[in-house]
Write a protein of this length. Sequence first.
Length: 204
Amino acid sequence: MLLVGMLDSPYVRRAAIAGTVLGIPFEHQSVSVFRHMDRFRAINPLIKAPSLVADDGTVLMESQLIIQHMEDVAGRSLRPADPAARLADLRATALAIVTCEKAIAIEYERKRPEAIRHAPWLERVVEQLQEALAALDMIAGARWQRLPEPWTHGAIGAAVAWGFIRFTIPDAVAEDAFPALAAHAARCEATEVFRHWPIDRESP
């Protein structure tokens, strides 16, 4: 099994961490969708990160589906078994994914020439990001006050999302604005599995 994509993508990093927690053996290749387009195209013509090459050669995309396949291979899920806890974890995962989407939107909008940036759109995305982070902060304060073991997708996704923001757009969100989420992320980043997949690593 081969996971392809740079770890500065929160989706690649989340899949790598989930796969490691699940105990799935896989290889990781840090291939950029920008700097290594030809190399990525040879693996996946859609040049989509993350991409996963399954053991039979099937190429999967989208982190949610990649993680689902990893769970199928592992024969277990990181979702809680209790229905209420499972639903809560699904919501936390969704909030983490939205957080990443909005952070990426802000990053890309900032890369546009200033003359063609759309201020109302950027304001809206920033507001959405703040709302998602506030919701995750409440969850972190209520449920993730200690190291999240056993790991869940919501707990992993929230920590990865916060790390991505601090790495890419730190000025967009004050570091002390969401203390419970920041503390949760710090605890996760200190664990062996998160240290094994650092956000700024460019090669396996």
